[in-house]
Design a binder for this molecule. Structure first.
Ligand SMILES: C[S@@+](CC[C@H](N)C(=O)[O-])C[C@H]1O[C@@H](n2cnc3c(N)ncnc32)[C@H](O)[C@@H]1O
Length: 199
């Protein structure tokens, strides 16, 4: 049985579904969406399987950060350097070769603030934020993503409430954004969903 059907069956039977998959079940099928921060593409594959997007934009610079701030980051001290990031990028290209050829997946190898300029306003049904978790970066991702999402769409993301090397930057930025913009915010364990109103 396909992953989406299995998850729906589990929900009907009252079996707990892993939280990130729960979030994906709430997203519409056949949508235009983006994942900011892709790494090896594990969650991208879940997005493909569960939400069957019309188009999925994958945004990540795959750049090694040598600064001490990133000592514990997957793309900093916890990695072996730029050669490893290049290898991960190649792996993602191979992993989604078929979808890249069909145009169902588009990779943007660049930081999310640069990628934002490539999309018109009200283009995405939803965007998943899981890039640089430092407060200033999450704040910028939220601010730049918001106009790009259609009215009635969602900005969702990972690691809400997780302190990490980013000093709880995700939660601080998300809470502040939702409060300032007066937006409905839902938290499911460590996942956040910000609702953009219809009008
Ligand atoms: C936690 S990993 C993403 C994991 C992935 N979403 C998953 O669940 O499988 C964070 C990723 O964010 C990327 N990243 C760092 N700075 C970024 C930026 N400014 N814009 C977009 N992605 C960024 C890193 O290269 C890294 O691959």
């Amino acid at each position: 049985m396909r992953r989406r059907s299995v998850l729906i069956l589990k929900k009907i039977l009252g079996v707990k579904v892993p939280v990130r998959q729960e979030v994906l079940l709430r997203m519409p099928k056949g949508s235009i969406c983006a994942e900011i921060g892709v790494y090896k593409g594990d969650f991208s594959e879940m997005i493909l399987e569960i939400t069957k997007p019309r188009r999925l934009h994958l945004i990540d610079p795959w750049i090694y950060q040598s600064d001490a701030t990133y000592q514990q980051a997957l793309y900093g001290g916890a990695s072996k350097g730029q050669a490893e990031m290049d290898a991960i990028y190649d792996h993602v290209c191979k992993r989604f070769k078929k979808e890249l050829a069909s145009g169902r997946i588009v990779i943007h190898r660049m930081p999310s603030d640069v990628a934002a300029d490539y999309f018109p306003n009200n283009y995405f049904d939803w965007i998943y934020i899981d890039g640089n978790h430092l407060y200033e970066y999450v704040k910028k991702d939220l601010e730049l993503s918001y106009p790009k999402v259609k009215p009635g769409g969602w900005i969702t993301g990972d690691d809400y409430g997780v302190k990490g090397w980013w000093n709880n930057g995700v939660q601080r930025a998300v809470d502040e954004f939702a409060q300032n913009q007066k937006l409905k915010l839902e938290i499911i364990e460590n996942q956040f969903i910000v609702y953009k109103p219809e009008s």
